[in-house]
Design a protein around this ligand. Structure first.
Ligand SMILES: [Zn+2]
Length: 240
C-alpha cells in the first residue's frame, strides 16, 4: 500500500453516486525542482496526478477545487453528452502518468461541455503540457498553445486570481508560455507587463525569473529575426 495516498469519499454532484478516490497527503509531498513555467517535479508520488476527480458512474470529471460547482443545466449536459455513452470505469485507485493524462483529458471534456471558466480550462491544459513533458512526448506544446489561448481570454474577461495565479504571476506565465511556443514578440510584451507591474517588487524570485526570461526572449527574438532576414536575402539572390 502506498502510504503517501489516502481515500476520500465524494458524492458526484451530477448523478449523486458516492465514490472513493485517492488523494495525496500534504505531508508526503517532496518537491525536487521547478521549471520556468511553474511545472514541478517531485521526489516520490506526484500530487498533480490526483488533482482531478472522476465519477465512475456518469463520467463527470473536474479539478477538485471546482468539482462540486456545476449548474443544473451543466448537469443535464453531462448526463446527455457523457453519461449516456459512458462505460463504467474507475479512476479511484493509484494513478500512473497515463491514467493522469486520461483524467485531465476527461476533465477538459467535461469543462468544455459545460462552458467552464477559461481559467480552469487553462489550468487543465497547462498541467497536461507538464504531464507530456514528464514523459517527453511532443504533444506538450499543443497543450501549451491551448493553455495560452485560455489564459489570455481568462485575463481579459475573468476576475483574478485565475486558479491560484495572481495578476503578476499570470503576466509572467503568459510571457514564458509564449516564449516556449516561439512567439517571442508576444512573450516580450507579457514580460514587459510583468516587470512593470508594481506587485512584482514583493515577489523577488518572480522578479528575477521575469527579467532572466525576458532577456532570453529578446535574444531569441533577435536570432529569429536575423535568420528570417538571411533567408529572405538568400531567396532574393536566388541562393537557395
Ligand atoms: Zn456521477
Amino acid at each position: 500500500m502506498n502510504k503517501a495516498l489516502y481515500d476520500k469519499e465524494i458524492q458526484c454532484p451530477v448523478c449523486k453516486n458516492l465514490f472513493s478516490t485517492k488523494k495525496m497527503r500534504t505531508s508526503a509531498i517532496r518537491i525536487e525542482k521547478r521549471d520556468t513555467d511553474f511545472c514541478v517535479y517531485y521526489n516520490g508520488e506526484n500530487p498533480i496526478f490526483y488533482g482531478v476527480f472522476v465519477c465512475p458512474n456518469c463520467g463527470y470529471a473536474a479539478l477538485e477545487s471546482v468539482f462540486q460547482e456545476i449548474s443544473p443545466s451543466g448537469k443535464k449536459i453531462i448526463l446527455e453528452k457523457i453519461g449516456a455513452k459512458w462505460e463504467q470505469r474507475n479512476f479511484g485507485s493509484e494513478r500512473d502518468i497515463y491514467k493522469a493524462i486520461e483524467v485531465y483529458k476527461l476533465a477538459l471534456l467535461s469543462g468544455q461541455l459545460i462552458n467552464q471558466k477559461k481559467g480552469i480550462l487553462a489550468t487543465l491544459c497547462l498541467r497536461l503540457s507538464w504531464l507530456y513533458r514528464y514523459i517527453d512526448i511532443e504533444r506538450e506544446l499543443d497543450f501549451t498553445a491551448h493553455a495560452v489561448n485560455c489564459f489570455e481570454e481568462a485575463f481579459r474577461y475573468e476576475p483574478l486570481p485565475i486558479g491560484n495565479l495572481d495578476e503578476v504571476s499570470l503576466l509572467y506565465l503568459l510571457g514564458e508560455l509564449n516564449r516556449r511556443l516561439g512567439k517571442y514578440d508576444a512573450a516580450i510584451d507579457w514580460f514587459n507587463k510583468a516587470v512593470s507591474n508594481r506587485d512584482i517588487k514583493r515577489k523577488r524570485k518572480l522578479d528575477v525569473m521575469a527579467r532572466e526570461q525576458w532577456s532570453l526572449a529578446k535574444e531569441e527574438y533577435k536570432k529569429q529575426k536575423e535568420k528570417n532576414e538571411a533567408m529572405a536575402y538568400a531567396e532574393n539572390e536566388d541562393l537557395i
